[in-house]
Design a protein around this ligand. Sequence first.
Ligand code: PLP
Length: 385
Amino acid sequence: MTDSNSQDGGFGFATRAIHVGQDPEPITGAVTVPVFQTSTFAQEAVGKHSGYEYARTGNPTRTALETALASMEGAAFGVAFASGLAAEDTILRQLSPGDHIVLGNDAYGGTFRLISKVFGAAGITHSAHDFSNLSDLADNWPANTKIVWAETPTNPLLSIVDIEALAEVTHANGAKLVIDNTFATPYLQQPLSLGADAVVHSTTKYLGGHSDVVGGFVATNDGDLDQHLRFLQNAVGAVPGPWDCYLTLRGAKTLAVRMDRHNTNAAAVVDLLNSHAAVSSVLYPGLESHPNHDIAARQMSGFGGMVSFRAAGGRDAAMRIIEKAKLFTLAESLGAVESLIEHPGVMTHASAAGSALEVPDDLVRLSVGIEDAADILADLEQALA
Ligand SMILES: *Cc1c(COP(=O)(O)O)cnc(C)c1O
């Protein structure tokens, strides 16, 4: 890990998640960071304040969250937002009309919608590329590219992008690399140490981990980018409230133990699906047959809890499996303690229909939770039967 936060004290990941930015509250000794539910802060004299003036600009609960998550990503700086998309929007606001965004050809539907519809309307162009073929990208580098935006593993096809190699191509062409680390989490993958300029998260997913809060986060070691994000966090105002920060911080403390369990439960699910006649293919970076498995093994310390598969009987069979699942709740979102199932083509990725990012209609996406593996497997077996 490079450029570790100065408050890290040389501690390991799980220790930092629980302690960095979270010293006992100085007045009462409260061990847990309080929810500072206030919109403003009393000032001692004009221009003389505690470091907090107005809660859009700064709030101590938010500071604790930002400090802890930055430490977890091995970042010098971290900025929290009201949602993952608010975080993405704030990064992209450094672009001007005529600038170009290079995007992977498999991405979260909302990211694609933001880049194509919102920034597209503002005169910022984009193109989608297959990041598994980087020499093709290097040979056909789009003019005016300022940002390269990649997820790995991708949503929902679990494709793997070589972060180090993509950073090299990006920097050789004078652009900045943003990695959406939502699927892997900082516990399994540290993109800044592999050359990324910024990491973005939907903390709604694994970092929060309990399906009870929406949030976003950006981590970076780039002081100029941090200044830009801080300015816009205040100037645009897409900030998370103190309760949301508290819930996200509470969830993030247990990320390490949850991810260990997500990893083992997902591996058990992959074993079951891989030998099942109702399944035509399983998409999981931990499978040796998965494209770029060797890269995943190198840049990740585990393969995560997301598993996608294609139903042998096509779209209708996929729908039947989804409907029959009981323990797996039919819902969008992912990364929480409970297992979820969904149909990306109709649900999360409907906005990509007809584009280069369209997904197959026999695809089922699982977010494997941390329930007992035996119960998860029994539910899938009855749903596939
Ligand atoms: C959910 C998600 C987002 C968007 O985050 P929100 O918190 O829903 O705004 C971005 N990227 C990925 C990979 C996601 O799964």
